[in-house]
Structures are given as C-alpha cells and as structure tokens.
Ligand binder design. Structure first.
Ligand SMILES: [Ca+2]
Ligand SMILES: [Ca+2]
Ligand SMILES: [Ca+2]
Length: 231
C-alpha cells in the first residue's frame, strides 16, 4: 500500500502543472551531503577575527555574512571550537544573516554545536533556541531549533528543481545569551534527486502545514515549518 501511495504521488507530481521545486529537509549531515554533494563553505583561509560591525564576503564570493546590530558584534573564524576545521563564532548572540550572491545555491545547511563547557561558552551556559529562516526566490521556510548540548546537530534544506534557489538565510538566537555556540556551513550548486519515499513525505510537507516534534538521543529538536509568501 505504501508503494501505491508513493507512485500515485509521483504521478500526480509529474502530471501537475505545478512543477515547482520541493523543499527537502535534512537533519542528518551525511544524508544531506549524499543527496546534494554539498561541500563545506570555506569561511576563510586562516583563523581570523573581524572588526566590530563588519560584514564580510567569503573568499569564493558566494556568500556574504551580515551581523545584526544590537545582537551580534563580531565574527570570529575558528574560535577554539570542538568542530573540525575553521568555524564561525560570534561575539554577542549567535544571530546573523547570510546573503547568497549567486542564483545557483540549491542546498544549504548548517551544523550547530552548543557547548556547556564554560571555557567554550566563554561565559555562563544557558540553553539556546534558534529561529532559522531560509529565503528563496519563491518562499521562506522558518524552523525553530533547540540544539542538543555537546554534540553537533544539523539542519539543511535542498530543492529538487533549479526553479527555486536560496537568496538569504537568517539565524536568530531567540532564547539564550551571548555564550558561544559554533557553526559550520555547507552549500551546493546541485539540485536534489529525492527518493520516492522522500517525494511522498515532501508532498505532504508541501501542501499541509505541519509541526514536527521529536526527541534525539541527547536534547530536543523541535521545528515549525511555515511556507509563505509563495507567489
Ligand atoms: Ca541545548
Ligand atoms: Ca549564544
Ligand atoms: Ca556568542
């Protein structure tokens, strides 16, 4: 019966004039990379701390980071993080904007590490909640993420057609303090080729408003997906 619904949904998808890209969500970094061939965003070629209130464009020019006045004041790249390689840390709350400078980013994800070690936190630990919004040329998709502590978690989005691409991404630490969380970013210029089971799931995602709440091994990740402003 499951296969019947999968094929029925696929046929409906192909037949429909609404041949628009479907957003596919990932909370597993490995699955995201496998589906999108995403690679790490090279934030810089060496550890670096940027001056206050500066925006910067990464070396390959595909992304520009913007601080949020009053919330974040400075970027640091590779700030003593447990994550491998160069990563992003912010003075102030972990709130920032990303502007995609090309119209060819079809997948984007971020790994978030929330430490409890006071040395890594660089202050008093406080549980954090993030609101992450992915904006495309068609719509915006907002998620609320409560990262587990002391292990990385991942949130990524990819699109199945080259008719929808990312234009901006907003991250806001809506609960929490200036204590550090660390981030690494991934992007891809390839569209996603979803499995049938994913298509079935995403058609439900696409047409029905929903709320996911589930628990992970350590911590809790809840998300609210809203698709709006679709033209
Ligand atoms: Ca947490
Ligand atoms: Ca924080
Ligand atoms: Ca901080």
């Amino acid at each position: 019966m499951k296969k019947f619904f999968e094929y029925a949904c696929l046929i409906c998808l192909v037949a429909t004039p609404l041949l628009v890209a479907m957003p596919i969500l990932y909370e597993n970094k490995g699955a995201f990379v496998a589906a999108t061939n995403a690679t790490s965003v090279v934030l810089a070629t060496a550890p670096i701390a940027y001056p206050e209130f500066s925006n910067f464009t990464i070396p390959d020019g595909k992304l520009t980071f913007k601080l949020v006045p009053g919330l974040s004041t400075r970027f640091d790249i590779d700030y003593f993080s447990p994550l491998q390689g160069l990563d992003l840390a912010l003075s102030g709350k972990e709130s920032f904007d990303i502007i995609f400078n090309s119209q060819s980013i079809y997948a984007f994800g971020m790994e978030i590490f929330e430490p409890t070690d006071p040395i890594l936190v660089n202050g008093t630990f406080e549980e954090s909640t993030f609101e992450i919004t992915f904006v495309t040329n068609w719509a915006s998709y907002t998620f609320v993420v409560e990262p587990p502590n002391d292990i990385p978690c991942f949130l990524g989005i990819g699109f199945t057609e080259n008719t929808e691409w990312l234009t901006q991404a907003y991250t806001r630490e809506i609960v929490g303090n200036i204590g550090n969380e660390f981030l690494q970013l991934m992007s891809s210029t390839q569209t996603v080729v979803p499995e049938l089971s994913t298509i079935f799931l995403c058609m439900l995602t696409f047409f029905i408003s929903r709320v996911y709440i589930f628990s992970k091994n350590q911590g809790h990740l809840s998300r609210v997906m809203q698709a709006h402003s679709r033209r």
